[in-house]
Design a protein around this ligand. Sequence first.
Ligand code: UDP
Ligand code: MG
Length: 315
Amino acid sequence: MLLSIIIPLLNEDESLEELHGWIQKVMQQNGYSYEILFIDDGSTDNSWQVIERLAAANPSVRGIKFLKNFGKSQALHAGFKAAQGEVVITMDADLQDNPEEIPELLAMIREEGYDLVSGWKKKRYDSVLMKNLPSKLFNWAARKTSGVKLHDFNCGLKAFDHRVIKQIEVSGEMHRYIPVLAKNAGYGKIGEKVVQHQARKFGKTKFGADRFINGFLDLITIWFVSKFGKRPMHLFGALGVLMFVIGFGFALYLGIDKLFINKTGRLLTDRPQFFIALTAMLIGTQFFMTGFLGEMILRSKRDTERYTISERLNM
Ligand code: UDP
Ligand code: MG
């Protein structure tokens, strides 16, 4: 089989039929052998019923249903495990990604030898404040820390050589950094293609600005793990902050005392209390760093298969 098209979705029942028809048209026009893998990430609308109908009519449609919402990364991971095609395409279900880009993406993988090609929504139809600005910042940070020179890490439309997706484990909110995971696994030939992007036709985005904090911590984790390796430590971050704050407060008090209240008193460095305050700050900082390390290790080792599959179609 040539192509696997993986589509993670959460409550997209209004789009699925049109999306399926559109993909089918592109597949037939090009004579591709293909499968469409719908991964229903715990929808509560009629998405799964629509997928059942599509799968009954088209044997190339396969489906995996999660028992509840586990997140886009998990959905992609499940799709990657099930995919059988030589080239794997991921795309969003909301009709924002255009299936007519597939032939060119495919050619870049098969003929130009890319391991991975990522779409670039150069002209983007999303909210500027909630989406475009935060993602500019993130793409910049991701480029700087990973050395992967993409403009649009988060684009749902991507193409992969099947070896790449079998190798990487996508967990947490890591779907944004799949190209970085690929590079870290040794698949460094990463391309980018400007793709058309449509405004969302139905419903609204499932990713608000709040998810960026998680995404950012994941980015730091990826960078740290690839740079320094994994170190088994445990976390006492909160204790560290507390100690630092106490030490800092104490030092501040001593300083104010010296400058304004007891001006003629002893030098700060002659007072043992000052060294106690410094020590508290140092130990606090160390505790905090240890906590941060623990947090990053947890994030990077999160169980990759924590999702529960409740139903399968044509599998
Ligand atoms: N999605 C998912 N699980 C989630 C959230 C989103 O499978 O927990 C799917 C969603 O249905 C869509 C794709 O991920 O197919 C991208 O989501 P969305 O369009 O909301 O993100 P945006 O395009 O706004 O970044
Ligand atoms: Mg979208």
